[in-house]
Design a protein around this ligand. Structure first.
Ligand code: ADP
Ligand code: MG
Length: 368
């Protein structure tokens, strides 16, 4: 068994056009493991300090290559997509091969860089595609006597309803979430789980799923999804042990791009959009409560109820958060003074997640 905390990473993006147009000021700094944030209203006060397992400065210090890839200028502290993959994605891969469940989720306000880190844009591929690509490369190079099986599924949680992104006809009201009586874990009834044999197949399925997402525009970011997107990859390795018996090592990999963490009122939402915002907050505030409860438990507090059942998101992430999983959270930060309140709340959220200790075990069982 491996008793290990949730690993938390923070990443600070460049200014966007809107911030540049408004003459935004930089209020984030990173030095080694330390991230600081300056309250723009009290510039003479000491900035607030946080430390995390990984700190990625991606605000400046990069060159754009001909193919659009952003790479670090020599000597700069800029963290490229490759660098982030090498720390976070490679760890996921290594653990998956060992038979641990793994989860990676991205938290932050809309426009802060969650999808950039997870999925990426153009040639700046994010952790998810690079990890999938490397998974199949490792399988190719792997033990020929081992049988490898990979499946892929993709869902979104929108207004507390689950939609299968690999399915064209989702039932009205969404798919049901049920609890497995034996394992105690929640699962989505009837979710499509497709076998994949190459990175190209995963890529095709991801594009299919992305096209099926619910896209609603808000004032804050016209193209951003207001839903939580969950990609699940199962990875099984079947081989013979020394006694000649077949055994199976299994790993479930959850890759979660969360909806924007901002409060509904800051996006100017009304009507249907407001209801949507309230529900998004329901899932995210439930996630916050689960994180707090788990942090208390890990801190030695007794008799803490972990409220997984309060939202669809926390039901599905139960194992990823407080159970049998090696978990990484990446908190995406805006560099700009105009987002101070949201960025500070993201840093506090990430700081609480750091305190969670999971107990991940290798999933290895004889085949029956
Ligand atoms: P979110 O998914 O949190 O809503 P995005 O990932 O879509 O936000 O990022 C918003 C914008 O910022 C995108 O145009 C993206 O290309 C840019 N961006 C985000 N993170 C980075 C980064 N680390 N380096 C360069 N550009 C980034
Ligand atoms: Mg996004």
């Amino acid at each position: 068994m491996s008793d290990q905390g949730v690993k938390v990473a923070v990443r600070c993006r460049p200014f966007n056009q809107r911030e540049k147009d408004r003459g935004a000021k930089l209020i984030i700094d990173m030095n080694g493991a330390m991230t600081t944030i300056q309250n723009p209203e009290t510039p003479n006060e000491e900035p607030k300090k946080f430390t995390f397992d990984f700190s990625y400065w991606s605000h400046d210090g990069y060159n754009e290559k001909d193919d659009g890839y952003l790479e670090a200028q020599p000597g700069s502290k800029y963290s490229s997509q490759r660098r982030v993959f090498e720390d976070l994605g490679q760890g996921v891969l290594d653990n998956a091969f060992k038979g641990f469940n793994c989860s990676l989720f991205a938290y932050g306000q809309t426009g802060s860089g969650k999808s950039y880190s997870m999925v990426g844009y153009g040639n700046n591929k994010g952790i998810v595609p690079i990890t999938c690509d490397e998974l199949f490369k490792a399988i190719e190079a792997g033990d020929k006597a081992t049988k490898y099986e990979v499946t892929f599924s993709m869902l979104e949680i929108y207004n507390e309803q689950v939609r299968d992104l690999l399915s064209k006809d989702n039932p009205k009201g969404g798919l049901q979430v049920r609890q497995n009586p034996k394992l105690g874990l929640f699962y989505v009834v009837g979710l499509k789980k497709v076998a994949v044999g190459s990175y190209a197949e995963i890529d095709k399925r991801t594009q299919e799923g992305t096209a099926n997402r619910t896209v609603a525009s808000t004032n804050m970011n016209a193209t951003s999804s207001r839903a939580h997107t969950v990609v699940t990859i199962t990875f099984d390795q079947i081989s013979k042990n020394e006694a000649g018996e077949e055994t199976k090592k299994s790993s479930v990999i959850n890759l979660v791009d969360l909806a924007g963490s901002e409060r509904a009122d800051s996006t100017g939402a009304t009507g249907d959009r407001l209801k949507e915002g309230a529900n998004i907050n329901k899932s995210l505030s439930a996630l916050g409560n689960v994180i707090s409860a788990l942090a208390d438990l890990s801190g030695g507090k007794k008799k803490v109820m972990v409220p997984y059942r309060d939202s669809v998101l926390t039901k599905l992430l139960q194992n990823a958060l407080g159970g049998n999983s090696k978990t990484v959270m990446i908190a995406a930060l805006s560099p700009a003074d105009i987002n101070y309140d949201e960025t500070l709340s993201t840093l506090r959220y990430a700081d609480r997640a750091k305190k969670i200790k999971n107990k991940a075990v290798v999933n290895e069982n004889p085949l029956d």
